[in-house]
Write a protein that binds this ligand. Structure first.
Ligand SMILES: [Cu+2]
Length: 161
C-alpha cells in the first residue's frame, strides 16, 4: 500500500513537470500562412480569412508568408479602411519565407500589393489575443513607477545628507 502511494506521488510529480515543460514550450507557435497553399492568389475570396479565423493567435506567435510561384508581397496596412480598399501602401515584406512575430495583442491587416491579388482575396485580418493593442494604461503605470522612483531617491538623498 505504501509503495503504491509512493508511485502515485512520483507519477503525479512527473505529470506536473511535463505540464510545466509544455507550458514553457508553448511560448510561441509558428503558422505557415495558408498551410500547403502558401501565400498566393487563393481559389476563392474568403480563403485566407477562413484560414485565419480557424486559428487562435497569441502573443509570441509567428506567421510565415511562403510562396513558390508568382510575385507577391505581404503588405501590412494600418487601418481596416485601407484593408477594405486594398491600399497598396504599407509595410511591405517582400521575400518569400518572411516571418512576422507578434509580441503584443492587436489586429493586423495583411494584403498582397501585386496586381489585383488583394481584390481576388489575397488578404486577411489577423487578431492576436483579444485583438486589442495595449492602451495608454501601460505608459501611465510606467509614469507612476517613475514618480515613485523619484520620491524614493529624494528620501534616500535626504537621509544621506
Ligand atoms: Cu499576390
Amino acid at each position: 500500500m505504501a509503495s503504491r502511494l509512493c508511485f502515485n506521488t512520483v507519477g503525479f510529480l512527473m505529470v506536473a513537470s511535463v505540464g510545466l515543460l509544455l507550458q514553457g514550450a508553448n511560448a510561441g507557435n509558428t503558422y505557415i500562412v495558408g498551410d500547403e497553399l502558401g501565400w498566393v492568389v487563393p481559389p476563392n475570396n474568403s480563403y485566407y480569412q477562413e484560414w485565419a479565423n480557424s486559428k487562435t493567435f497569441q502573443k509570441g506567435d509567428s506567421l510565415v508568408f511562403n510562396w513558390t510561384t508568382g510575385t507577391h508581397t505581404a503588405t501590412e496596412v494600418s487601418t481596416k479602411e485601407k484593408y477594405d480598399n486594398c491600399t497598396k501602401m504599407g509595410i511591405i515584406l517582400i521575400d518569400p519565407g518572411f516571418t512576422v512575430t507578434f509580441n503584443e495583442n492587436g489586429t493586423h491587416y495583411f494584403l498582397c500589393s501585386e496586381g489585383t491579388h488583394c481584390q481576388q482575396g489575397q488578404k486577411m485580418i489577423i487578431k492576436i489575443g483579444d485583438g486589442i493593442a495595449p492602451s495608454f494604461a501601460a505608459p501611465s503605470l510606467t509614469a507612476a513607477a517613475a514618480i515613485s522612483a523619484v520620491l524614493i531617491s529624494t528620501i534616500v538623498t535626504f537621509f544621506l545628507n
